[in-house]
Design a protein around this ligand. Structure first.
Ligand code: NAD
Ligand code: RM4
Length: 256
């Protein structure tokens, strides 16, 4: 019970990494606000997660709101205050990666990616931090950045800058929010098999290449991020702020 009675918000928690983090937080004793896109498909997924969390004896509240909208953070915080009493942990996880080549990148895809992954996140982190400051008991903010904050991707020229941006945001916020006891850290997943890269990894050659470069010999699973997220959220990480934690099976360091 590392998060006993903590109040947690996770964005993009309908599936994948966000879902795994939200569920493990509940297993560790937290009440959870589940942020999701509000789409028809996410509604059914979210209901299943709400049921699962409630069956653990914890509270779960769902909020459908576009992560790209600068008002979404306020909506999530409002729901957390009204329904679970406040916010101790904010996990910014929602993100997209519509793989596309650089020279013909449509502006719409570029702007949608930056708005969803970074611009909305900025204001959501701000909304969570304002509430944590008001509560006066500190807090933990975690951004799900990526190994892609550190390395490039030819089909990810719109995406990797958003992940570097999130890492940088956590570093600067660690300084800005340290005086209030609010810790800010980044998780850097490697290649985790989820819906975001299902099509990309359907290419057998690419899939084999990614696994081959990973010292632990397999792609990541959403659950691989749950423990690291709980650790950063918990009081066990009380002196950890401004840190970046790679969760990549060794992918990054494996040059030769
Ligand atoms: P996923 O596609 O399964 O999950 C993405 C989540 O974000 C979903 O719940 C989706 O509904 C939500 N989302 C997308 N657009 C949204 C919007 N406009 N408003 C609200 N919610 C929205 O993929 P995932 O792999 O679980 O991705 C989660 C995060 O992890 C992303 O930020 C991604 O960049 C990051 N990440 C993933 C990998 C990987 O290899 N899978 C690696 C590094 C980082
Ligand atoms: C990650 C990383 C993975 C990719 C996903 C979509 O940040 O680049 O390799 O599959 O994004």
């Amino acid at each position: 019970m590392l998060l006993k009675d903590k109040r947690v918000i996770v964005t993009g928690a309908s599936r994948g990494i966000g879902r795994a983090i939200a569920l493990e937080c509940a297993r560790q004793g937290a009440d959870v606000v589940i942020g999701h896109s509000g789409s028809e498909s996410s509604r059914a997924q979210v209901q299943a997660l709400v049921d699962e969390i409630e069956s653990l004896g914890r509270r779960a509240v769902e909020v459908g709101a576009d992560a790209a909208d600068p008002d979404t953070g306020d909506k999530l915080v409002e729901a957390a205050v009204e329904r679970i009493g406040g916010v101790d942990v904010f996990v910014n996880n929602a993100g997209i990666c519509p793989f596309h080549s650089f020279l013909d990148m449509p502006r719409e895809i570029y702007y949608r990616t930056v708005d969803t992954n970074l611009n909305g996140a900025y204001f959501a982190v701000q909304a969570a931090a304002r509430r944590m400051k008001e509560q006066g008991s500190g807090g933990s903010i975690i951004a799900v950045s990526s190994i892609s904050a550190l390395v490039g991707g030819g089909m990810q020229t719109h995406y990797t800058p958003t992940k570097a941006g999130l890492l940088s945001l956590m570093q600067s916020c660690a300084i800005a929010l340290g005086p209030y006891g609010i810790r800010c850290n980044a998780l850097l997943p490697g290649t985790i098999a989820t819906d975001i890269n299902q099509e990309d990894l359907a290419d057998e050659e690419k899939r084999a290449r990614m696994i081959g470069r990973t010292p632990l010999g397999r792609l990541g699973r959403p659950e691989d991020l749950a423990g690291p997220a709980v650790f950063l959220a918990s009081d066990m990480a009380g002196y950890v702020t401004g840190a970046a934690l790679l969760v990549d099976g060794g992918l990054f360091v494996n040059l030769q």
